[in-house]
Design a protein around this ligand. Structure first.
Ligand SMILES: Nc1nc2c(c(=O)[nH]1)N[C@@H](CN(C=O)c1ccc(C(=O)N[C@@H](CCC(=O)O)C(=O)O)cc1)CN2
Length: 301
């Protein structure tokens, strides 16, 4: 039997509906949740994602603003923009769209954002909180979205072998941190594989839950997957396709058709994890606004 498709668009819509309710409740208390996205340069994919974030904010009744800066913007100027946003009480969430141009040190930029406004969950304070299982922190949106998808799809995670392909700080590492916590949607035994992992397929074939986040188009094939596994595809790769109007198509890290024939549940690309990234960003921003009302907790920064 082919795998059940886990519908990221439908699950994201559910998350966004709850965010809209929470935003409404905050507005009744005089606070409109606000996200400001900073885009440096004119990468078309980044411009598309930033536009989608602004639109999603507005649809949820939140303030969504984008600051567009030229690719030549000096690092110091970007840091000054962040300082201003950190000091602005109407801005609850700040996000600098990645990647930034090469002359800018992304880590320096991330560290400049107030951790209480770091709705991307990239600041070391939030990374540390996610690692120690402190619920006060902001988890990065993509792995947080994967965890929600697993729960919404009724996937039992407790005691399961989860294998993550990719050790990025945005997906692989925080994904592992979330799945090893104790509690709902977690309690997994986690393996992270990466470019130096030997006998990759031996690891992936042990996975009850396989999460592919390596950025290599259709790299995961059916022979790498245990029959009945749950397969989550985080990859969003553009491959040339002259038959498409835009000249490319989007594929994941998983060879969908053959893996779907072997897995029990699978996420598609597009329409899987991608929409969850934006939904979780809105959820983090509403939470940042709620926390701003409650006041900064002890030791939060
Ligand atoms: N500061 C950040 N930068 C980046 C992040 C991030 O979480 N924070 N993630 C990615 C890009 N990204 C959001 O920013 C993102 C990527 C993809 C999608 C999405 O919904 N994709 C669609 C397909 C879209 C298409 O057709 O091109 C899908 O998968 O269905 C949303 C957000 C890197 N940068």
């Amino acid at each position: 039997m082919p795998a059940e498709r886990i519908d990221g668009v439908a699950i994201a819509a559910k998350v966004r509906a709850k965010v809209a309710q929470d935003a409404e409740a905050l507005k009744a208390k005089g606070v409109t949740p606000g996200l400001t996205v900073v885009l440096v340069g004119d990468d078309p994919a980044s411009a598309f994602y930033v536009g989608a974030k602004e639109k999603a904010c507005k649809e949820a009744g939140m303030n969504g603003e984008t600051i567009r800066l030229p690719a030549s913007t000096p690092e110091a100027e970007l840091l000054a923009v962040i300082d201003k946003l950190n000091a602005d009480p109407a801005v609850h969430g700040i996000l600098v769209q990645m990647p930034v141009p090469k002359h800018i040190d992304a880590q320096k930029v991330i560290r400049r954002i107030d951790p209480m406004k770091d709705v991307d969950g990239f600041h070391p304070v939030n990374a540390g909180k996610v690692l120690i299982g402190d619920a006060d922190g902001f988890a990065p949106c993509t792995p947080a979205g994967v965890q929600v998808m697993l729960q919404e799809a009724g996937v039992e995670t407790s005691g399961k072998e989860a294998v993550i392909l990719g050790r990025s700080t945005i997906v692989g590492k925080p994904m592992a941190a979330l799945l090893i916590q104790s509690g709902k949607g977690a309690d997994c035994t986690v393996t992270i594989c990466h470019s130096r992992t030997k006998n990759l397929a031996e690891h992936t074939r042990r996975a009850d839950i396989l999460i592919a986040a390596i950025g290599k188009p259709e790299m995961v094939t059916a022979d790498m997957v245990k029959p009945g596994a749950v397969v989550i595809d985080v990859g969003i790769n553009r491959v040339d396709d002259a038959s498409q109007k835009r000249g490319y198509r989007i594929v994941g890290d998983v060879k969908f058709d053959e893996v779907a024939a072997r897995a029990s549940k699978i996420t598609p690309v597009p329409g899987g994890v991608g929409p969850m990234t934006i939904a979780m960003l809105l959820a983090n921003t509403v939470r940042a606004a709620q926390l701003s009302l409650a006041g900064t907790p002890e030791g939060a920064r």
